[in-house]
Design a protein around this ligand. Structure first.
Ligand code: SF4
Length: 92
């Protein structure tokens, strides 16, 4: 299908869909996630992340909240992002 996600990091959900390994666990942790949550975590396959990941915006990065972002941060004991987390870019 022309996808870019490394196939070895996925598993079959059903005959038509794949999921990232680790995301179906009781306490999910995607195998693509590197580092420690709340400290230095980042997506290890950012440029090759799935479309569902690309669709989740960090709250306020684009001037609006994201319920999915807030829910995930709260689930991991992190404060939700605010507009103050995205300082304005000053053009030269
Ligand atoms: S953004 Fe990266 S680390 Fe997060 S769920 Fe998607 S693939 Fe995994």
């Amino acid at each position: 299908m022309g996808g870019v996600v490394p196939p070895e990091l996925t598993e079959t959900l059903d005959p038509h869909r794949l999921v990232m390994r680790g995301t179906r666990a009781y306490q999910p942790r995607c195998v693509g996630l590197k580092g420690t949550l709340g400290k230095d975590a980042l997506c290890g396959i950012y440029e090759r992340r799935p479309s569902v990941c690309r669709e989740v915006e960090p709250s306020w990065e684009f001037g609006r909240p994201s319920a999915q972002c807030d829910k995930a941060r709260i689930a991991h004991g992190l404060p939700v992002l605010t507009p103050a987390d995205w300082p304005a870019v000053v053009e030269a």
